[in-house]
Write a protein that binds this ligand. Structure first.
Ligand code: C2E
Ligand code: CA
Ligand code: CA
Ligand code: CA
Length: 279
């Protein structure tokens, strides 16, 4: 327990000790996972709200744990962020997504972009821009085919170093998306200054659309904000036809959610309806 900075008084608390051992095990397993190649990327399609065609894919990381089976990001991303492992994991998923994009392009799959989630912690090391450049070059994919999703929480404190990195990525030609929009506190002023191209309405608004009368004006306000800021608007967590219709009528450009597909492994992604092959 000591090694993880718990106080002396807590050293003999059996519950905390068990927790610390679990954490130590998880960290050891995560390091092994990188070495043994246990991570996989699944892809969830984003569709054009008008014609239902697949426009892009969001890469979502999964972990084939040797004992625990398939683990979802909520089981390990936060720990990786707190204990210095998000940089190598972030590098892995960037590389995997660029490699996948290169393969789709070789196979004639008509998909505009692949998007990758980037944690706030990845901006702190200052290595992200270089990592992105390396991944793009290694797989020879055009920067315009890569999108990075950053969360609104990143923007809470205005930060020159962060702004410089976002600008460098944007100048490189990479697309920047603001994920989980509406859950944080972005002001119109902050939004207008940000070098972003895409806004993703958080799933919580989409869930409430059919049931909660206050959700509709909230989504209308977000749509107006996106339009005023010239941002491309994506709604996530779309599960029903009614939600899809409402979001389309409200003016969302793209839709993403279980209605179209869960995140799937690449071989299944190829079989999704709405994906254009050939060329
Ligand atoms: P997110 O970026 O907001 O991703 C959307 C999450 O909602 C995904 O969960 C996705 O599977 C799920 N989802 C998509 N459509 C629906 C729907 O219609 N209904 C419901 N109920 N859920 C839907 P997942 O894959 O478990 O990822 C959870 C979070 O973990 C992500 O939230 C993202 O913040 C983080 N994450 C995932 N992959 C990565 C990664 O490679 N790097 C980093 N830093 N974070 C990641
Ligand atoms: Ca995301
Ligand atoms: Ca999201
Ligand atoms: Ca999220």
């Amino acid at each position: 327990a000591k090694a993880y900075g718990r106080g002396r008084a807590q050293l003999f608390n059996p519950t905390l000790d068990a927790e610390a051992r679990t954490l130590a095990q998880l960290l050891a397993d995560l390091r092994q996972a990188l070495v043994r190649g246990e991570f996989v990327a699944h892809y969830q399609p984003r569709v054009n709200a008008g014609d239902g065609r697949i426009t892009s894919a969001e890469a979502l990381i999964r972990w084939h744990h040797p004992q625990r089976g398939l683990l979802f990001p909520d089981a390990f991303i936060a720990v990786a962020e707190s204990y210095g492992l998000i940089a190598p994991i972030g590098r892995w998923i960037l590389d995997a997504a660029c490699q996948q994009m290169a393969q789709w392009r070789r196979e004639g799959i008509d998909i505009a972009r692949v998007s990758v989630n980037v944690s706030a912690v990845q901006f702190e090391s200052g290595e992200l821009v270089g990592q992105v450049q390396n991944a793009l070059e290694r797989h020879a994919v055009p920067p315009a085919t890569l999108e990075l999703e950053i969360t609104e929480s990143l923007l809470v404190d205005e930060n020159d170093a962060l702004f410089a990195q976002l600008t460098a990525l944007r100048d490189m030609g990479v697309t920047l998306a603001l994920d989980d929009f509406g859950t944080g506190y972005s002001s119109m002023a902050a939004l207008r200054k940000l070098p972003i191209d895409v806004m993703k309405i958080d799933r919580s608004f989409v869930i409430d659309l059919e049931t909660d009368a206050s959700a509709l004006p909230a989504v209308r306000a977000i749509v107006a904000l996106a339009q005023a800021s010239h941002l491309h608007l994506v709604a996530e967590g779309v599960e029903t036809e009614t939600q899809a219709r409402m979001l389309r009528e409200l003016g969302c450009h793209e839709l993403q959610g279980y209605l179209y597909s869960r995140p799937v492994e690449p071989s299944k992604f190829l079989q999704l309806p709405g994906l254009r092959h050939g060329a």
